[in-house]
Design a protein around this ligand. Sequence first.
Ligand SMILES: *[C@@H]1O[C@H](CO)[C@@H](O)[C@H](O)[C@H]1NC(C)=O
Ligand SMILES: *[C@@H]1O[C@H](CO)[C@@H](O)[C@H](O)[C@H]1NC(C)=O
Length: 392
Amino acid sequence: MGVGAHWRAAGRSKITAHRADRRSGLSQQQKCYELVLKSTCSSVCVVTVSFLLFLGVCLLYLPDPFTPEPFVYEQNREVTLLIWTHPFGRYRKLPDCFALYQIDGCSLTDDERAYPQADAVIVHHRDVVTGIADLPLEPRPRAQKWIWMNYESPAHTRRLWGFEGVYNLTMTYRTDSDIFLPYGYLLPRERSAKDLQNRFAQPLRAPSRSHILRPRLLAWVISNWSESHARVTFYHQLRRYIQVDVFGRAGRPLPEDSGGSSVVRLVGRYQFYLALENSQHTDYITEKLWNAVRAGAVPVVLGPSRQNYERFLPPEAFIHVDDFPTVRVLAQYLLMLRRNPARLRRHLDWRGSYSMHQPAFWAEHYCTACRAVRRTRGRTDAVKDLTRWFHS
Ligand SMILES: *[C@@H]1O[C@H](CO)[C@@H](O)[C@H](O)[C@H]1NC(C)=O
Ligand SMILES: *[C@@H]1O[C@H](CO)[C@@H](O)[C@H](O)[C@H]1NC(C)=O
């Protein structure tokens, strides 16, 4: 509306100019020049005024990050994150967050003498309940934040109730954590190229013919065999209908260095992989799934609901045990896919448009936490109802 009003005002000034000319005794030629001059000037004015107005409107609606921040200095100051324990008591060299992830302004330390100056302390839950360490001593320095870090499921997280009203931020695999970092995630292919923290993302490949026609059918790697786990009950039923190659303590031996990459190489010979979580909880989807994705085997999943998995993966990227009325029907489906490469391809074609990333334990966790501490600086945070939240 403002712009329209200016256009109208400019029109009026042109009319006034005509009237003034009639009164003066200037020659026709002079009048003509003057008229051209004036109308040129007024169009220039109109254009200028409209441009300035447009600029004003633009400035008014600029997105937040571009408005000047009053605490620029405070935001740029480096923060110190104290790593309270090396998870499971295993020492690891602390990472350089800038060199690895282009996260700057982070100073990581595992020296507890830094406690009085630390902006935040990150505590791995498992280590304070197994007695590797106690919590830091209260009173904590003002403005210091304590971060509760946990990557176990609720079923394997002990003594949670002892930590109510203690922490300021949560860091877990749950999407609704204050600091969310899952066991793995997908990125649309074009985004992973731009995103600096995700230089490590690995492009997935669309399936080739040999990919579809892998020699072996179905594998399962299981280290903690417990008859009380739903996954073991499921396995007992499944093996009645389909061949399952079991690796790990309870089955065939794993390749020598049983790190993540050798599991991936092993699983890479199979069409399907059982990604069965040890317990079923919100967002609790572990490296079992991501190793299968990396290996190009179609994961058969037992964990949270299908809907929950779809927060992380396209619907066709996995086969959910709940999709079938019985374990037998599931087995029949897998055998049908083996006979129908075109149908199997439907579970793999999505790969062409994605990269995947498995965050590195624990380097990436520390750096991600540190970035969050910088971003929430000056804010007071409290974790309320830790137990109820984590079990929800
Ligand atoms: C293995 O499973 C049992 C039974 O659920 C559990 O108590 C134990 O903590 C698990 N061990 C590991 C290493 O996860
Ligand atoms: C951190 O949490 C504690 C306990 O709830 C609280 O007393 C403290 O004010 C919090 N500090 C910050 C900086 O959020």
